[in-house]
Design a protein around this ligand. Sequence first.
Ligand code: 5RP
Length: 251
Amino acid sequence: MSLSSQPDPAKLAAARAAVALVEDGMKLGLGTGSTASVMVRELAARAAAEGLKLRCAATSQATADLAESLGLKVEPLDQIGWLDLTIDGADEVDPDLHLIKGGGGAHLREKIVAAASDRMVVIADPGKVVDRLGAFPLPVEVLQFGFETTRTLIRRALQTLDLGGHDVMQRLKGSDPWVTDEGNVILDLHLAAIPDVVGLARALSAIPGVVEHGLFLSMCDLAIIGKSDGTVVELDGDEGIDADLLAGEGD
Ligand code: 5RP
């Protein structure tokens, strides 16, 4: 939300289009971040206006708190079981709908919730649409135990993928380590570009201290990109991405 507490028009357009996909009785996954927060507000308003019965699993404590404060029913994921639809934001979206997520530090729960959903819909503004992932630093959630060892192993893995020499920075909150909802810490990989997303995802997942990385490959079914004029563009991964979107229209 901006200082005037009016949501960004592009985020609002994407959020509204995604909320329009929700049907009465659905079991929903709620994402995390500023775009997801706009969506939660829109969802709560629609649910209240139409008397929709929804069951929601949240991807972070912050989202759970917001959703509950707006009257949405939030339950533990395991209590709900399988979800019909998850709506979440992203830090980058490529033409194949591969994503970088975790800018808000919630990608572990976000990935678990998305994996437990029939459908994952991403909502974003045009600034998130890229032709290749990697300009946004890739978040990797790691255990606190053996943290420096894990960082060394990540650096070695990057070397073997010809990505050596890039910064692997611990995320901080002020001068303290950023700690996730699960009590882990985050390393942000400043790679500039990721030529082989599958290879990097596999290499990171093979490192014992890595809990989860922010590459979401083949998980997103639809990306709804809101534009500053209030319209949306839907990307389903089958068609290329319009040059206007790649230029970050409206930003
Ligand atoms: C949180 C996320 C968010 O979805 C991502 O950071 C986008 O956030 P925003 O909508 O605020 O730009 O992955 O872990």
